[in-house]
Design a protein. Structure first.
Lengths: 111, 114
């Protein structure tokens, strides 16, 4: 089992729809979680941190489920500009406190 | 505030040459990370440095690759005797605190080995 797993997609979603995807992690001692977006051939950009209580930023909501060991990202009222690859990041487990990026979920918003 | 800066943005090297990639972190950030992204693949962590110290190099290939973050100046990722398989995008990121905090990425250096 991979340390961090994401459904690679692509998710093809009509504009205005709501879309959600998950990221599972294998080590229960993981401490910090983030969502990044990466546009084709560009650098990853921080989208949001994921807190235990969940957090919301405009149309984006992130949740952490420690019991089932996954984080989720919900995008409401999707825009064409939301088309990108979404990467989850898990850090802070084991003595080495590794940084693990998921392979990403591709999202394509259709007009 | 200037973001993370990387140069060069594109680098072409022939097999056997050396490649030097530079990264200047965001102002006030003292933690630097290097990642490699092969075409159509995810980001792979390579090394985590603080000023003058390598904290975690568990993702670095054992040979030909080295990294430093001197007291003054940018962080340098050095690849000696490049091979075609080194062709990739190399991203640098920086953070204000340790690796459990948000990281901000530079635009990357695209290395092509011919």
């Amino acid at each position: 089992r991979k340390e961090v797993e994401q459904d690679p997609g692509p998710f093809n979603v009509p504009e205005g729809a709501t879309v959600a995807f998950n990221c599972t992690y294998s080590n229960s001692a993981s401490q910090s979680f983030f969502w990044y977006r990466q546009d084709c051939r560009k650098e990853p950009k921080l989208l949001m941190s994921v807190y235990s209580s969940g957090n919301e930023d405009g149309r984006f909501t992130a949740q952490l489920n420690r019991a089932s060991q996954y984080i989720s990202l919900l995008i409401r009222d999707s825009k064409l500009s939301d088309s990108a690859t979404y990467l989850c990041v898990v850090t802070g487990y084991s003595n080495a406190s590794k940084i693990i990026f998921g392979s990403g979920t591709r999202l394509s918003i259709q007009p | 505030n200037a973001g993370v800066m990387q140069n060069p943005r594109h680098l072409v090297r022939r097999r056997g040459q050396e490649a030097r990639l530079r990264c200047s972190p965001m102002k006030g950030h003292s933690h630097v990370y290097w990642y490699r992204q092969l075409p159509e693949e995810g980001l792979k962590f390579m090394v985590y440095l603080q000023k003058e110290n390598i904290i975690d190099e568990s993702g670095m290939p054992k040979e030909r690759f080295s990294a430093e973050f001197p007291k003054e100046g940018p962080s340098i990722l050095r690849i000696q005797q490049v091979v075609r398989g080194d062709s990739a995008a190399y991203f640098c990121a920086s953070s204000y605190r340790d690796r459990d905090s948000e990281q901000y990425f530079g635009p990357g250096t695209r290395l092509t080995v011919t």
